[in-house]
Design a binder for this molecule. Structure first.
Ligand code: FE2
Ligand code: FE2
Length: 524
């Protein structure tokens, strides 16, 4: 039995002497207290493995002492020492919370047996306690894992998924920091983002800890990163940070390819990442892999959907040389106006697709009408004015995802006017979807400021093929507020006009056309 520290509490000097001789032989350290009160003060300031305590003592007896000590350190085990073998004393000792008692007089063997048994029991209970703690820790981690799995699987937007992974892993792993790197096989690099709107950080495969893990597909777990000759300390030095323990693991997809690397830095308790940590991160990596793959898939789907819509929209515009790029510009103008109005991301997305597709109904307009170089006859005008209805019938056949279900209507009503005099349904005011009111402004502004295939006439002048002078176009837009256009949308349009003009300055808008206008807007 290893040396233990024992406090002997007895008012009888001779008993204390006997204890001291025996404990010395048994190889334990000991200290005395002459009564309960003295023992209480000693125990308040010092830890002992065990207390050998007489029951009857002046000042504070053994039973009172155990009661008081219970309040400050309930774990310290007591063996009560008594000269009375009656049932009453036995009962008192057992109820006091003492682990055992020893009858005076006793032999060294008796004392040794009692001590050995108790220390063995304590040892087992200590082991049980640490097993229990481990179990609790495991349960905590398991429930964290399940929560994270649920959260990650429901997030398909990569821009939101990325920081979500980083923050959840940091907490679950009890780490100070986490980095997630995406492997870019084409460029032979891995990249990460510290924050949104911040440029990506790129590292070549094979470089540093994460680069090595990405290249080899093997986990790296180190106690102090600074001891590795390939660890780059520049980041630490620049950010006044000290990387110590690092656990870095590849994230592999279902085909076994590494798609990312997850790196947790500095266990918050100052220790290193152990086998349990590795197992937890491995389990988390499985969830991260699924979530990342789903979000990549979603991005791919989204970009092919957008690509398809943009191609379709450009194809419609390209039927006529002067309308090429029209839907693209209407989309950009609408976006700028909608942002100015503070619309949310979902509304912006609806407006984007509606703007791209608003004139798709022109597919159904005959070339002879669509490409006519001259003013329309009333019949031709009637046919041309049917294009919003055709837009609706085409878009109704599209299968838009739920979040974009308003696109067909927003696109269709771009020729409605706020006073109800527009086409094709003659909707008025709030009957017109708000998105369509934005499209109407963007659409007319682009028509006025683009080249025409036949001269435009006004009461006082022939304007020719060239775009209408900007100042005149802006006046028309302003004058249309409240009759043709929504006043709120026109106000937003006027405030972001410099932004709209700057976007196509030197491209769709000649330099001088824009600069003159911006200067006059700035002048007041
Ligand atoms: Fe149109
Ligand atoms: Fe249009």
């Amino acid at each position: 039995m290893a040396c233990k520290s024992i406090l002997v509490v007895d008012d009888d000097f001779q008993i204390r002497e006997i204890f001291s001789q025996m404990l010395e032989i048994l190889g334990h350290q000991y200290q005395y207290a002459a009564d309960g009160l003295e023992a209480y003060h000693v125990l308040k300031n010092k830890e002992f493995d065990l207390v050998l305590c007489d029951i009857r003592m002046p000042e504070m007896d053994g039973l009172e002492l155990i009661k008081e000590i219970e309040k400050i350190n309930p774990d310290v085990p007591f063996i009560m020492v008594t000269g009375f073998s009656d049932e009453y004393t036995y009962d008192l000792v057992m109820k006091s919370g003492a682990r055992d008692f020893i009858m005076k007089p006793f032999t060294i063997e008796e004392l040794e047996n009692k001590l050995n048994r108790i220390f063995k029991e304590l040892c087992v209970s200590e082991e049980n306690k640490s097993l229990l703690e481990k179990q609790i820790q495991l349960n905590k981690r398991l429930s964290a894992l399940l929560t994270i799995a649920g959260e990650l699987s429901s997030e398909l937007d990569f821009e939101r998924l990325f920081p979500l992974i980083v923050s959840r892993v940091t907490v679950a792993m009890d780490a100070e920091r986490t980095s997630l790197y995406i492997i870019d096989g084409e460029s032979g690099e891995i990249w990460t983002k510290v924050a949104q709107q911040v440029e990506e950080i790129r590292v070549p495969l094979g470089s540093g800890i994460s680069g090595r893990v990405a290249e080899s597909g093997k986990t790296i777990n180190v106690t102090d990163a600074w001891e590795l000759d390939y660890f780059d300390r520049k980041f630490d030095v620049k950010n006044n940070f000290r990387t110590r323990s690092v656990l870095c693991m590849p994230i592999t997809n279902r085909s076994g390819e590494s798609i990312a690397v997850i790196q947790v830095i500095n266990r918050i308790d100052g220790g290193h990442f152990d086998d349990d940590d590795e197992n937890l991160l491995k389990a988390l990596s499985g969830q991260i892999a699924v979530a990342l793959e789903n979000s990549f898939l979603m991005e791919e789907l989204q970009s092919s959907f957008e690509g398809f819509i943009r191609t379709l929209s450009a194809a419609v515009d390209a039927r006529h040389r002067f309308t090429a790029g029209h839907s693209q510009r209407v989309t950009e103008y609408s976006r700028i106006i909608a942002e100015e109005l503070g619309l949310d991301a979902g509304q912006l997305e609806t407006i984007k697709y509606a703007a791209l597709l608003h004139d798709i109904g022109k597919i159904g307009i005959r070339d002879a009408v669509l490409m006519k170089n001259g003013p329309f006859t009333p019949e031709e005008r009637e046919e041309m004015n049917k294009h919003p209805a055709k837009t609706l019938s085409i878009l109704k056949k599209f299968h838009f995802p739920k979040r974009l279900e308003q696109v067909p209507l927003v696109a269709t009503y771009h020729h409605e006017k706020i006073d109800g005099s527009g086409y094709f349904e003659g909707l008025a005011g709030s009957e017109i979807p708000f998105g369509s009111r934005i499209l109407a402004v963007a659409d007319v502004f682009d028509a006025l400021t683009s080249r025409r295939d036949y001269p435009k006439y006004t009461k006082d002048a022939i304007l020719g093929h060239n775009p209408m002078p900007l100042a005149k176009a802006v006046t028309i837009m302003k004058e249309g507020a409240g009759s043709h256009f929504d006043q709120e949308v026109i106000n937003a349009f006027l405030s972001c006009l410099p932004k709209i003009l700057t976007l196509y300055r030197g491209a769709h808008f000649p330099l001088e056309y824009v600069d003159e206008m911006i200067a006059s807007l700035q002048a007041g």
